[in-house]
Design a protein around this ligand. Structure first.
Ligand code: CU
Length: 175
């Protein structure tokens, strides 16, 4: 497919997905409520991007975020940050991320996060990136990541400088 055709098909998919108001998007799937899905702009040439969101489990049984997919990336994985010998690294969660009954789990730049691998195009501030998450019980859930500025720390522009937890500076990151 040519890049123009791809851009066009993206635009069409985009238009279909976002007929609902996009601000303060709240996505419900079974007992799960997902809010504040956001990402950060990526510098040109970057091959990876992050995805951050809040997942609330209102049910009486645990569910598990096991993976996802996105048109913009080859793969979407669920990662965690861990400090080993003073060095912060990230690794994929092989068994996914459990969300206990009544619990709220936040995916943030310094903790659990979605990793978009092999980006086909950079994420730009202001974009809404469609992502499909996959949960063990709730199944596939579509949502969009609101792309914030390069060093954003939160969904609402809660800071625009890159902190020590910024992924680009992580020594343990191998891509
Ligand atoms: Cu990661």
């Amino acid at each position: 497919m040519t890049s123009i055709a791809r851009a066009l098909s993206c635009t069409v998919a985009f238009a279909c997905l976002f007929t609902a108001p996009a601000l303060a998007e709240e996505v419900k799937a079974g007992d799960l409520v997902i809010t504040q899905a956001w990402s950060r702009a990526t510098p040109g040439g970057a091959k990876v991007g992050g995805g951050y969101l809040t997942i609330q489990n209102k049910g009486s049984a645990a569910d598990r975020l096991i993976g996802g997919s996105a048109d913009v990336a080859d793969k979407v994985q669920v990662h965690e940050m861990a400090t080993t010998n003073g060095v912060m690294t990230m690794r994929p969660l092989d068994k996914g991320l459990s969300i206990g009954p009544g619990k709220t789990v936040k995916l943030t730049p310094g903790g659990y996060h979605l990793m978009l691998l092999d980006l086909k195009s950079p994420l730009k501030q202001g974009d809404k990136v469609p992502v499909t998450l996959e949960f063990e019980k709730a199944g596939k859930v579509k949502l969009s990541l609101d792309v914030q500025g390069l060093g954003a720390k939160g969904p609402a522009g809660a800071g625009d400088t890159a902190g020590p937890k910024d992924m680009k500076k992580m020594p343990g990151m191998k891509m």
